[in-house]
Design a protein around this ligand. Structure first.
Ligand code: ADP
Ligand code: MG
Length: 343
């Protein structure tokens, strides 16, 4: 192919590339209720919906083994998939795990990854039911597919947000991103002088959020107990700005969020300050927090108004595809997705 016809992937970005490669996909089965475009696909299986999601983690792109303990890596591979299941308001049931390893890894090292995988399966109450094992020439790859189940009237898509709904979050954001910055800084220090030991004691919370994220399946149980079905939901893997834009696009609505209301832990705030990063940036444009971002109707708001575990960060309005943030200085700025760039 001549260079004239060559399109660079980074011209499109991750989401553009997904749209591009899936443009000719056709659905052939009437039980495929939702295909590409949400956190998980939705399949009609009689009384309930089954949801299916897959995610791949690559060494050097998604994790760095110089600071990622293998058990944590195994745990995280399951947690990030379970998070996509939770984002559909479903509870996880099964996972398959595929790994590609180089001969740099010993059996004992792979055992450690599986210790983490097994711990996560126990914690999220999922069964490991299959997978694939192969060799790799360029580093470790872990790919997980997860299934879950939800009653048909409780499914939450990205596309259900309506005018006046309240935008909510399940927990604080930005910590995982700042944890990564600390780990990368300490790695550089260590590379420059191997006698230097990493100083991580003061950063336990944010580093823990990076290395061992949890999927918020507890919220799915809470929604059942509170009698709430979110009108739309997504998990925060790429930063709040990117996820709000996904909800707006899928729901054909706009959103207003308040900078002051975005939950940022004091430890994240302090570390951002130390790195000269505006405190709102890690939460808005960082990633890997795996909190749930969801909308609820005004009627349901009364049920959770005083719930200390839910953060209310804004509301939905009618202006299609327009997401704005009211800053602490009361300026209105459009949200733009920077997200995590893997290309
Ligand atoms: P998430 O961040 O929730 O894992 P992604 O942004 O990775 O979601 O993917 C968005 C949507 O695109 C999902 O529905 C996913 O299944 C689909 N998707 C991603 N990559 C591909 C691909 N190579 N082929 C088909 N569908 C894909
Ligand atoms: Mg997701």
């Amino acid at each position: 192919m001549s260079d004239k016809n060559r399109t660079e992937i980074d011209q499109m970005g991750e989401f553009g590339l997904i749209d591009h490669i899936t443009r000719d996909v056709k659905i052939h089965h009437s039980n495929t209720v939702k295909g590409i475009g949400d956190d998980a696909a939705v399949i009609d299986c009689g009384d309930d919906y089954m949801v299916v999601s897959t995610d791949m983690l690559l060494e050097g792109i998604h994790f760095d083994l110089s600071f990622m303990p293998l058990q944590h890596l195994g745990y995280k591979a399951i947690a990030v998939n379970v998070s996509d299941i939770a984002a559909m308001n479903a509870l996880p049931e099964q996972v398959t795990v595929s790994i590609a390893v180089t001969n740099r890894f010993s059996v004992e090292a792979i055992d450690m990854i599986y210790q983490g995988i097994n711990a996560a399966c126990k914690n999220y109450n999922v069964d490991l039911v299959g997978g694939d094992t192969t060799s790799s020439r360029s580093g470790l790859v872990i790919s997980v597919t997860a299934t879950g189940r939800v009653a048909k009237d409780k499914i939450a898509y990205r596309s259900g947000a309506k005018k006046d709904d309240i935008i909510c979050m399940s927990g604080d954001v930005g910590a995982a991103y700042m944890g990564l910055q600390v780990l990368l800084r300490e790695k550089k220090v260590f590379e420059a002088d191997p006698n230097m030991q990493p100083k991580l004691d003061d950063y336990e919370y944010i580093v823990g959020r990076q290395l061992r994220p949890e999927a918020r399946t507890d919220f799915i149980h809470d929604f059942r107990e509170l009698g709430i079905v979110p009108t739309s939901m997504i998990d925060v893997s790429d930063g709040v700005a990117s996820e709000i834009l996904h909800l707006c696009k899928a729901s054909n609505v706009g959103a207003v969020i308040y900078e002051q209301k975005i939950p940022v832990d004091q430890r994240t705030f302090d570390t951002a300050h130390e790195f000269n990063i505006p405190s709102v940036t890690p939460g808005l444009n960082g990633g890997e927090d795996y909190e749930l971002l969801f909308t609820i109707s005004q009627d349901d708001f009364k049920k959770v108004e005083k719930n200390p575990n839910i953060y209310f960060i804004g509301y939905v309005d009618e202006e299609p595809n327009s997401a704005r943030m009211v800053t602490v200085g009361e300026q209105i700025v459009p949200l733009s997705a920077q997200g995590f760039k893997h290309f």
